[in-house]
Design a protein around this ligand. Structure first.
Ligand SMILES: Cc1cc2nc3c(=O)[nH]c(=O)nc-3n(C[C@H](O)[C@H](O)[C@H](O)COP(=O)(O)OP(=O)(O)OC[C@H]3O[C@@H](n4cnc5c(N)ncnc54)[C@H](O)[C@@H]3O)c2cc1C
Ligand SMILES: NC(=O)c1ccc[n+]([C@@H]2O[C@H](COP(=O)([O-])OP(=O)(O)OC[C@H]3O[C@@H](n4cnc5c(N)ncnc54)[C@H](O)[C@@H]3O)[C@@H](O)[C@H]2O)c1
Length: 458
């Protein structure tokens, strides 16, 4: 087989790329998977998995801290070493993707380490250590380039030795203090982990509240928890200048304050580089941050795009969901089309901040006739029993005309698990009256759903 005689080329082997490439190869297509870093992408090596190992360690420390209120005394000495070891040895095998490459090759696919670029209609040029290789796949090009950390143009920042998630997950030890720039899910998860391991932690968020994309009640609830845990939270202010002298960062804020710390974590969102990917050769906008796709992930004739780059939710579950739809479409069995109404999102803070569907504000702006309900977790039976660490709430957004839920937010211990009930309800559009007739086990956290529904159903 000549080098360029392939059926499909997958550029970027993130969670979705790996999945689609494996599906196509298993179905008998000649598939080339291309990645310039590690097969598996951001999630297993720098994001979801290592950060959730951090969260697990931090959660164990927090639970131990609750012993005095509930069960006697506990003496705990935080130590980052077990977390760093788990990340290196169990999660990433020392940031080595040989097992993932083998897994893909076992499906019959061919892996090429290099940077892929669209160089004409139906053509991908891959720059490898040995030189350029050109592929003209007969059936499909799938783009799954993911994202890189966005670094805002703040005076002095780029010259400083700041961390993004990529450096933070490789840390063998923690600094004594840290300023976290950005209070999206990345900043919030890291901030609480650091603080629970004894790091003096300051969060700076430009928007008026943390997790600004979600419900204001959720932002308020998690801010109270952070503040009670000793984390300093600045909102509604941006960094204007970053200085780094004698091993310390000073972050000058618009508000006039200047938090200072041994480390600075930049968690201000993600960026793509579509010009570098060569999407202009398809007639697509190279200056855009996302690639528009239809409901079958088609971006152009013979080209599909999946994952963060599509802008439908930067989560691993989005990428893998889209991978299945794209693979089916490429193989010609594509009956399924994308439906993002019940796309879940979980920030793995403690309590977890989990949500799906529309927020109240989004629903009202979209013109739906809206009714909402909010119920507190501490006042539920389980929340009251749980006592220490019981903070949170459930907020529901209902469409009063169709009598269905449009969105739900759960801030609670294991809030992401509770959200599962709403994934079913929103995805299948269960009527509120029917939901209200369900039996919710006593005394579970998810039984608080009933109290919220009581406010929506007469
Ligand atoms: C700190 C952090 C924590 C997160 N936690 C969670 C979580 O708990 N749950 C969750 O669902 N999501 C989480 N996410 C988001 C999640 O990591 C991403 O949504 C997920 O990785 C899916 O991304 P993707 O498939 O688009 O591609 P990515 O995972 O970004 O992978 C893309 C791959 O393509 C490669 N690539 C890019 N361009 C080229 C090119 N031109 N040629 C060759 N290769 C290329 C990249 O090097 C990379 O390996 C987190 C993100 C961060 C930053
Ligand atoms: N548990 C999860 O599923 C999970 C966890 C982490 C990340 N993610 C995904 O990764 C993506 C990236 O997360 P993220 O938190 O980096 O990005 P984000 O865009 O969600 O949040 C970045 C935050 O930084 C703020 N910001 C931007 N510039 C700033 C500045 N100069 N000063 C202060 N604040 C500034 C923004 O207002 C925003 O609140 C998210 O879209 C999310 O979907 C998912």
């Amino acid at each position: 087989m000549a080098e360029d005689e392939v059926d499909a080329v997958v550029v970027g082997m993130g969670p979705g790329g790996e999945d689609v490439a494996g599906r196509l190869a298993t179905a008998g297509l000649r598939v080339v998977g291309v990645d310039n870093r590690l097969v598996g992408g951001e999630c297993p090596y720098y994001a979801c998995i290592p950060t959730k190992m951090m969260v697990r360690g931090a959660g164990a420390l927090a639970e131990a801290g609750r012993v005095p209120l509930l069960a006697g005394t506990a003496s705990v000495q935080p130590d980052w070493t077990p977390v760093a070891d788990r990340i290196r040895d169990e999660a990433t095998t020392g940031w080595d993707d040989r097992a993932a490459v083998r897994r893909f090759e076992d499906t019959g696919g061919r892996f090429v380490r290099g940077t892929g670029r669209l160089t004409g209609p139906g053509e991908v040029t891959v720059t490898t250590a040995e030189g350029d290789r050109v592929f003209r796949p007969r059936r499909a090009i799938v783009l799954n380039p993911g994202t890189d950390p966005a670094v805002p143009p703040i005076d002095g920042l780029r010259e400083s030795p700041f961390w993004t998630n990529r450096e933070a997950v490789r840390a063998r030890s923690l600094p004594g203090s840290v300023v976290v720039l950005g209070a999206g899910p990345v900043g919030m998860e890291f901030a609480q982990v650091f603080a629970r391991f004894g790091v003096e932690t300051t969060v700076v968020e430009a928007a008026p509240r943390v997790l600004p994309g979600g419900e204001p009640e959720a932002s308020e609830s998690i801010t109270e928890v952070f503040t009670a845990e000793g984390i300093t939270v600045h909102t509604g202010t941006s960094a204007r200048r970053v200085g780094h002298h004698d091993g310390r960062f000073t972050v000058e804020l618009d508000s006039g304050e200047s938090p200072s710390a041994e480390q600075l974590l930049v968690a201000t969102g993600r960026r793509t580089d579509l010009a570098a990917l060569g999407v202009g050769s398809l007639g697509l906008d190279e200056a855009a941050n996302t690639i528009d796709v239809d409901e079958r992930m088609r971006a152009a004739d013979g080209v599909w795009a999946i994952g963060d780059v599509t802008g439908h939710g930067a989560y691993t579950h989005t990428s893998v969901y889209q991978a299945r739809i794209a693979a089916d479409d490429i193989l010609g069995d594509g009956a399924e089309t994308a439906d993002y109404r019940a796309m879940p999102a979980v920030a793995f803070t403690d309590p977890e901040v989990a949500s799906l569907g529309l927020t109240e504000d989004q629903a009202r702006r979209a013109g739906f006739p809206v009714r909402t309900a909010v119920t507190g977790i501490p006042s539920s039976a389980r929340g009251w029993i749980h006592k220490a660490g019981n903070e949170g709430l459930i907020k529901l957004v209902a469409d009063t005309e169709r009598d269905i839920l449009l969105g739900a937010t759960v801030v609670a211990p294991l809030g992401g698990e509770i959200l599962g009930a709403f994934t079913v309800a929103v995805h299948t559009q269960v009527h509120l009256a029917q939901l209200r007739r369900m039996i919710f086990a006593y005394p579970t956290f998810h039984r608080a759903i009933e109290a919220a529904l009581d406010q929506l159903v007469e």
